[in-house]
Each structure stands twice: as structure tokens, then as C-alpha cells.
Design a protein around this ligand. Structure first.
Ligand SMILES: CC/C=C\C/C=C\C/C=C\C/C=C\C/C=C\C/C=C\C=C\C(=O)SCCNC(=O)CCNC(=O)[C@H](O)C(C)(C)COP(=O)(O)OP(=O)(O)OC[C@H]1O[C@@H](n2cnc3c(N)ncnc32)[C@H](O)[C@@H]1OP(=O)(O)O
Ligand SMILES: NC(=O)C1=CN([C@@H]2O[C@H](COP(=O)(O)OP(=O)(O)OC[C@H]3O[C@@H](n4cnc5c(N)ncnc54)[C@H](OP(=O)(O)O)[C@@H]3O)[C@@H](O)[C@H]2O)C=CC1
Length: 283
């Protein structure tokens, strides 16, 4: 595994719901596609015959991830360096993707930054950093792909948000605020860009097992918080990366062709019951 990479083994089995050539001929650009949820979205899209671009800061990591994805799926995956906080890098990556594949039908704004921190200890720069990665990054990538391709060809954009801001969660003011901004941006862009044949939606994951994001809650595991989380989820289990990838797949597929400006919550009903503020307050 490349240094810093946390992509896991590719799925040994995948339960196909849609036909296998669902995304044949399409190209998807996935930010932060070298690990966690983004990696699984790339894999599931490639298993449906989509060509994929994965882009993040750590080129060595995305290159290793791309090689692994190509081997597992037999599809095409291009790895590119890109920091979503840097406009010049976004524009260069979108240009490189278009030179390589000639099209970008799907954009998944998945890259994000997060950590646990009480608002009272959050520095101005810490809040700004998360807003820049999540909210500004999602807008800037959307705008670059719109200007350079989707404006004239249409397409589908999926923003990965979270359920944090639906009720409010301790230690997550920065992340919840950034995700709320993306949520609102999605509805505005759906209204403005519908005339270009572009649909734009969110997938909002609840707590997802076995990702860097959740591993950062290492202390929580020791205090039994994962079990508390599981008990709060009406579906009786933590979400998986496949759950989120399948949500994204639905939205970009013809099955989602009349869906735009929505926020698809994929959390087993967790946000309806969540009471993790007390749990996080103990960390
Ligand atoms: C991680 C939290 C997970 C779960 C949240 C909690 C509860 C879960 C349970 C239920 C909630 C209900 C539903 C939602 C379920 C789950 C969670 C939701 C969202 C999960 C999101 C993610 O997992 S996002 C992906 C996570 N992955 C990453 O963050 C990888 C990328 N991250 C980074 O690159 C860094 O962490 C970074 C974001 C800090 C950016 O790095 P860099 O550009 O190098 O910035 P720095 O210079 O290091 O820092 C900038 C300023 O930020 C301050 N900072 C950094 N780290 C911390 C910290 N740990 N605490 C406080 N402040 C921090 C730093 O000091 C800088 O500020 P200065 O003022 O000092 O300049
Ligand atoms: N895990 C969970 O339980 C939940 C996750 N989510 C959301 O799901 C998405 C994926 O999270 P998850 O898979 O857990 O996290 P990971 O940390 O595994 O993935 C985040 C990815 O974003 C990339 N990234 C971070 N900063 C930047 C940047 N400035 N520019 C470009 N790429 C960047 C990272 O790569 P690199 O370091 O190479 O840049 C990494 O591959 C995020 O939007 C997250 O908020 C939402 C709710 C719950």
C-alpha cells in the first residue's frame, strides 16, 4: 500500500442491482477517490463500466488506488494530483481529464477534511480550512467542470455531504457548517444549471464503518461508542461504503433522471434518533 493510502481491498463480491453496462461510455471525476467512500464509489462505477478519474493531494496514493481499481474491475482509471483548495490545480486536473477521456459526464465532490474539536477551541484558521476543502472545493470543482464541459453537454453532479447538520452534533461545528453550505449550494445550482441538462444532488452518509473518518474516532471505540452508535441506528447496523456508492449510482443513473436538487440521506434512519452529543462530549 502506498504511504498515506488507506484504500481497502476491493470488493470480493458486489451485489449488482442495475445492469452491468449501466454507465458504459461515461466518464466520472471523483475528488478524494483514492480512499474510503470515494474509492468505493470509483470501484462501483467502474464495475458498471464507467471510466473514472480520481484526484487528490497525494499523487502516490491515487496512483496506487487507480492501479488497484483497474486490476479489480478491468476498467480505466486515471489518477491526478489536485488540492481542491487550489484553483489552478482544479483547472489543470479538469483539463488533463478531458484530454485523456474527452468527456466528464459525472462529477462526485467527495473530498473533505474533518477532525473532532469543540467550537470553543476551534481556531479561525481551523474553521476556514474545513470550509475551504468542503464547501469552496465542491463549488470550484463544479464550476470548473461546468465551464469546461457540462455547460454544453449536460451531466450529473453528486456532492457527498453528511447528516451532521440536520440536528447538530458536538465537536463538529466546522464540518456540519461546511456540509450545510454544500447542501444549500446543491439546490441553487440545480435551479440554475437544469437548463443545461445538469442534475445536481447530494448523498448524505450517516456513520460509515471502516473509513479513515470513523477511524479517527479511535478513542470512541474504546469507550464503546461504536456500539452506542449502532444501537441508535434504526436499521441496526453502521453504514457501509457500498451503501453510499449505491446511493450515488442511483442518482447518476437513468433511474434518477428526474431527480435534482435533492439530498439523499443514506444512514439507516440514524439522524432521526441520533443523540451522539453526549457521547462525543466524553471524548
Ligand atoms: C473525523 C470525524 C468523524 C466523525 C465525526 C463524529 C461523529 C460521528 C458520529 C455521528 C455523526 C452523525 C452523522 C455523521 C457521521 C459521521 C461523520 C461525518 C463526517 C465525516 C467526515 C469525514 O470523515 S471527512 C474525511 C476525513 N478525512 C480527512 O480529514 C482527511 C483530510 N484531512 C486533512 O488533511 C487535515 O485533517 C485537515 C482537514 C486539518 C487539513 O490539513 P492541512 O491543510 O494540513 O491543515 P493544517 O495546517 O494541519 O490545519 C489547519 C488548521 O486546522 C487546525 N486543526 C487541524 N487539525 C485539528 C484538530 N484535530 N483539532 C483542532 N484544530 C485542528 C490547525 O491547528 C490549523 O489551525 P491553526 O489556527 O493552528 O493554523
Ligand atoms: N466516514 C464517514 O463516516 C462519513 C463520511 N462522510 C463524507 O464522505 C466523504 C468521504 O469521507 P471518508 O471516505 O470517510 O474520508 P477519507 O479521509 O478516506 O477520504 C477523504 C479524501 O479526500 C481527500 N482530500 C482531503 N483533502 C483534500 C484536498 N484539499 N484536496 C483534494 N483531496 C482532498 C483525501 O486524499 P488526500 O489526502 O490524498 O488529499 C482522501 O482521499 C467526505 O465528504 C466525508 O465528509 C460523511 C459522513 C460520514
Amino acid at each position: 500500500m502506498a504511504e498515506g493510502g488507506d484504500f481497502d481491498v476491493c470488493l470480493q463480491t458486489y451485489q449488482y442491482i442495475y445492469r452491468r453496462d449501466l454507465l458504459k461510455g461515461k466518464v466520472a471525476f471523483i475528488t478524494g477517490g483514492g480512499s474510503g467512500i470515494g474509492f468505493r464509489i470509483a470501484e462501483v462505477f467502474m464495475r458498471h463500466q464507467c471510466s473514472v478519474v480520481i484526484a487528490s493531494r497525494n499523487l502516490e496514493k491515487v496512483k496506487a488506488a487507480a492501479a488497484k481499481l483497474e486490476k479489480a474491475t478491468g476498467g480505466k482509471c486515471l489518477a491526478l494530483p489536485m488540492d481542491v483548495r487550489k484553483a489552478d490545480q482544479i483547472l489543470a486536473a479538469v483539463d488533463a481529464a478531458l484530454s485523456h477521456f474527452n468527456r466528464i459526464d459525472i462529477l462526485v465532490n467527495n473530498a473533505a477534511g474533518n477532525f473532532l474539536c469543540p467550537a470553543s477551541k476551534l481556531s479561525f484558521n481551523a474553521f476556514k480550512t474545513v470550509m475551504e476543502i468542503d464547501a469552496h472545493g465542491s463549488f470550484n470543482c463544479s464550476k470548473a467542470v461546468f465551464d469546461k464541459y457540462m455547460k454544453d453537454h449536460g451531466g450529473s453532479i453528486v456532492n457527498i455531504t453528511a447528516t451532521l447538520h440536520h440536528r447538530g452534533v458536538a465537536l463538529q461545528t466546522h464540518a456540519g457548517s461546511a456540509k450545510a453550505a454544500i447542501d444549500a449550494m446543491t439546490r441553487h445550482l440545480a435551479v440554475e444549471w437544469g437548463q443545461h441538462g445538469i442534475r445536481i444532488n447530494c448523498v448524505a452518509p450517516g456513520p460509515i464503518d471502516d473509513t479513515e473518518g470513523m477511524r479517527r474516532l479511535g478513542g470512541a471505540k474504546q469507550t464503546g461508542s461504536m456500539e452506542i452508535l449502532r444501537r441508535e441506528i434504526p436499521a441496526g447496523r453502521l453504514g457501509t461504503k457500498e451503501d453510499i456508492a449505491n446511493g450515488a449510482l442511483y442518482l447518476v443513473s437513468p433511474a434518477g433522471s428526474f431527480v435534482t436538487g435533492t439530498n439523499l440521506i443514506v444512514d439507516g434512519g440514524h439522524w432521526l434518533t441520533q443523540n451522539i452529543t453526549a457521547m462525543l462530549g466524553k471524548l
